[in-house]
Design a protein around this ligand. Structure first.
Ligand SMILES: CC(C)(COP(=O)(O)OP(=O)(O)OC[C@H]1O[C@@H](n2cnc3c(N)ncnc32)[C@H](O)[C@@H]1OP(=O)(O)O)[C@@H](O)C(=O)NCCC(=O)NCCS
Length: 223
């Protein structure tokens, strides 16, 4: 896991841009807010530099494609076993990289003005709603954000994006208990195969990694 900040000076942004593809540069230019452009460029340059380091090639030489539901992956000619996933929020990014194992990662800044009760009622399963309702008020924000990133990490690992109904699967929502996938109505044996780990990356952020496959240990490095 690679954790890094996304702020950069303009010369650094220009340097980062130089390894991006034409598509990525077009996407970067389309952001209305300059800060979003900087964050996108820095995140995708770091992604290329990390993956190129594992593969022993130049960052600009990498090619990408998207899976059936939009999950980005390495393209034709690159090892299909090298899996990765990226998340960014509040000027930070988290990148998961693994060999021979599907991964999904989610990072959220916790001070956002979110209608927690509304999101829980519409996107969380009945079990999660009961767990969240039983938390003391002081624990509700942590339960919400840690639960949210655990859910998103699982959906992102599976690559299902917006297709997935958040109410159809349940993660451990109690911040005092280890992260876990507890149930998935659509894939009943999923809890036997998928692991979710909560990650400590920076004060004020919740983060989680989901993976299926042989992982010896999870290491978070700050870039
Ligand atoms: C794309 C999506 C999967 C993640 O979005 P997000 O949490 O807002 O943003 P993140 O920063 O964590 O992730 C964005 C990155 O994930 C990657 N990504 C894009 N589509 C993806 C997919 N289908 N699967 C996995 N990763 C994806 C990309 O690298 C993207 O970065 P980029 O836009 O700079 O290229 C999101 O739009 C989504 O579909 N979320 C599911 C919503 C939901 O029902 N959640 C229920 C949990 S409560």
């Amino acid at each position: 896991m690679w954790s890094f900040g996304l702020e950069a000076s303009e010369p650094e942004v220009v340097r980062c841009s130089s390894c991006l593809s034409t598509n990525e540069q077009t996407r970067a230019a389309a952001f209305r807010r300059p800060q979003d452009r900087v964050h996108y460029v820095v995140a995708h340059a770091a992604l290329r530099e990390r993956l190129a380091g594992y593969l022993g090639c130049a960052p600009a030489a990498l090619g990408f494609r998207t899976g059936p539901h939009g999950k980005p992956e390495l393209g034709e000619g690159f090892p299909a076993t090298l899996r990765y996933n990226l998340s960014h929020s509040g000027g930070r990014a988290l990148l998961a990289v693994a060999r021979g194992c599907e991964v999904g990662v989610d990072l959220e800044q916790m001070n956002r003005d979110v209608d927690m009760a509304g999101v829980v009622a519409t996107h969380f399963s009945a079990t999660e709603q009961r767990t969240w309702a039983a938390l003391p008020p002081s624990q509700k924000p942590a339960g919400f954000f840690h639960g949210w990133v655990r859910k998103e990490a699982y959906v992102k690992a599976r690559g299902e994006g917006l297709l997935r109904n958040g109410a159809a699967y349940t993660v451990e929502l109690d911040p005092a208990r280890p992260a876990a996938l507890l149930a998935d109505v659509l894939v009943p044996d999923a809890p036997a195969h998928w692991r979710i780990e909560g990650l400590e990356v920076a004060a004020g952020f919740a983060a989680a990694l989901a993976y299926a496959g042989p992982v010896r240990r999870v290491v978070v490095r700050e870039l």
